[in-house]
Design a protein around this ligand. Sequence first.
Ligand code: MF3
Ligand code: CO
Ligand code: CO
Length: 288
Amino acid sequence: MLTIQRNDPCWCGSEKKYKKCHMEKESILLDYQREGFQIPKRKLIKSQQQIEGIRKSGLLAKSIFNMLEGKIVEGVTTNEINHWVHEYTIKHGAIPAPLGYNGYPKSVCTSLNNVICHGIPDETKLKDGDIINIDITTILDGYYADTSRMYTIGSVSEKAKQLVECAKECLEVGIESVKPYKPFNVIGEAIEAHATKKGFSVVRDFGGHGIGIQFHEEPFIHHYNIGNKGMIMLPGMTFTIEPMINEGSYKCKILDDNWTTITVDGGLSAQWEHTILVTETGFELLTD
Ligand code: MF3
Ligand code: CO
Ligand code: CO
């Protein structure tokens, strides 16, 4: 960080001199570092061109949910959802990121009821009273965007409705806490406080993640309060917030397919996800 000289061109590609660009901001960072916070590596700060690419990918991911509108109803199989997502993504010149990712066999994750995440589409038909998370990740011109949302099928129980709503609010309070130069831990603090207030629990074994150039980049983003200083958020960072909220225990179990993750106690689980950019003043949603 310190090897660059005042009059050198800035490392960020702005074509300005370092002293007119990132120099002052980076000296603020050194103060944070002295206080014990972790400073993100420069490769985690996206260039304008990269941000534009991720933004486009995010718009496409969002448009897939528009395409699905009205289709996620009783009787539909999760394989059909996979087919729709796959075909639409390809038709728009993109690649569904899940397909073949670490051996994952499908183009989307469909997590039903007690499935926390990474549910694999199959011949299961959606039925009245189900809740389902559909998790979409697109690669457009090499740029990744990741977003998921819940659907309720027919008439669902009051408890299920509350859980789905709480998970959505957890994403919202997490997003609202995103501010440059704040520690990432503020996100988990806000989410855990909200979930706990509503009587639900926060999954710990999975979290948000840096995204953009790869599917899962640094840092790992906890959705609960880890109570240490951790990494600082900086303008130009892109990452997901994707709280998984459980009706009962937060504990998870992974099935023999090595993907499908369910609640240990059989309780319901709900999740919503957005890809977020840290700006100079706050945040920008890249998948909304
Ligand atoms: N979309 C998931 C996430 O939010 C990751 C799915 S990995 C897959 O991070 F291989 F299952 F697709
Ligand atoms: Co994600
Ligand atoms: Co996702």
